[in-house]
Design a protein. Structure first.
Length: 184
């Protein structure tokens, strides 16, 4: 059996009983979390970190989307990329700005480039350089730096799961990207 079948997103008829209390929450809304439901205690533990990263981060929503999009792009995770194109659009980011996140940092506005450099350095050097850290500290402060690092870690873990198990794009995002493709 292939891993994409073995770890296919669990739908309601296969939902683990120990996660019944998580129905109608984030956990059963997206294929990534339906995939994680194969390990109920992991998904339950994931909930608190997800709450912080997605809802309570010190990063502004657009800043967070830049970090997530750049992380998804670095990891070549179409699922995260398209989900966060949708979220970035919803929080007011233009398609041109979203597209710039895939490009060299010289093609981005200054703030986006600082976040992109931080993500790129974490992916390639396994840390943020002193220069980029100074820029990031000036932009978002100590808690924002830690939230940036945690966001990259969070979405990298999701990316590894998504890429390993070929988790399919959720239907609503597939339809949005089909009907409103990203203007390149």
């Amino acid at each position: 059996m292939t891993t994409d079948k073995l770890f296919a997103p669990l739908m309601e008829d296969k939902w683990p009983g120990e996660l019944d209390d998580m129905k109608s929450t984030f956990a059963d809304k997206l294929n990534i979390y339906r995939t994680m439901a194969h390990h109920p205690s992991l998904l339950r533990a994931w909930a608190n970190l997800r709450e912080h990263i997605v809802i309570n981060s010190t990063l502004k929503q657009q800043q967070s989307e830049v970090v997530i999009l750049r992380t998804g792009n670095n990891l070549q995770v179409d699922y995260e990329w398209y989900h966060h194109v949708s979220r970035a659009r919803a929080c007011g980011m233009s398609d041109d700005r979203i597209n710039s996140i895939r490009l060299a940092t010289k093609n981005m506005d200054i703030e986006d480039a600082i976040f992109a450099n931080a993500v790129d350095e974490m992916m390639t050097q396994k840390k943020i350089s002193t220069h980029t850290l100074d820029e990031l500290l000036a932009l978002v402060g100590k808690e924002g730096v830690l939230d940036t690092i945690a966001t990259v870690g969070f979405y990298s873990t999701l990316g590894f799961i998504l890429n390993t198990f070929n988790t399919p794009l959720d239907n609503d995002i597939f339809n949005e990207m089909t009907n409103q493709p990203l203007n390149c």
